[in-house]
Design a protein around this ligand. Sequence first.
Ligand code: A2P
Length: 317
Amino acid sequence: MKTISLNDHDAIPALGLGTWKSAEGDVYKAVKAAIEIGYRHIDCAAIYGNEAEIGHALQDVMAAGIVTREELWITSKLWNNAHQKEQVRPALEKTLRDLRLDYLDLYLMHWPVALAAGVAFPASSDDFLSLHEAPLPETWEGLEACVDLGLTKNIGVSNFSIGKIEALLQTARIRPVMNQVELHPYLQQKNLVEYCHSQGIQVTGYSPLGSNDRPERLKKADDPVLADHPTILEIAEKYGISWAQVLLTWAINRDTIVIPKSVNPERLRQNFEAAAIDLDADDMARIGELDLHFRFINGATWVSEEKGYTLATLWDE
Ligand code: A2P
């Protein structure tokens, strides 16, 4: 498996297992099967509500001698309702208890959006904290303190624009090593990827297959479908691979990290094998032309004009 260096001491496997939407009862089997197949990178988050079950699987594969803690790369994310500096450490400690781990390899700030304590998803503007009430640099200080305590080896961000990273770098004592954002041929974010790479920040792409199992509230009838694009299908046929493998190998070939979600053993294997496939430059260029700047996860959940959050301020575009 190709790895990508984050700094002089850590390298992350370029393909990991996504666990958003992996339901209770499925995710234990999926994580165990993935690690048996050879996955060494698992992408988690407190808000996915399944870290305890993932922790059970991690404990069992380690107890069975299939893998050691040092061979695994475990990422998790701080939820938006724990952005006050003093809330960060307890949130990470809860994740560590659930995952049955002593430390994470990477802890990300999930969104540049703050919610009131105890609110999982906002029902009204009252559920938000403005970025004046919960400034991102202070949340970052909370993450930095977790590195100092050895609770996580690395820290990073998710859903951050170029502008928000630039602002963070002004005050950060420990630089972010990662920005995890939505990436696929319909949302290529070339400027953001280039900017992050120029700053030594690596980029992980979520929803690489288009997250067809996303909640209904995030779906519209005319959303484009990656699996249907004739160029993707032609390239799949040329290499004798699936459309999903085309998308995953494209992501890795452009030096991003990719975290496809699956709970199906056959698709877990297929996705893992995509990391060993290379597309030629012409095919990379053909996929490069498919950009629609289309977000499957458009951020509408995080709009509260009253608290200063709009789609324009979220994405800075
Ligand atoms: P399943 O978990 O049943 O395999 P994303 O990673 O973009 O969020 O996409 C996840 C969705 O894609 C899930 O519905 C998942 O279903 C499906 N999926 C994962 N791998 C493949 C694959 N190789 N081919 C087709 N669908 C896949």
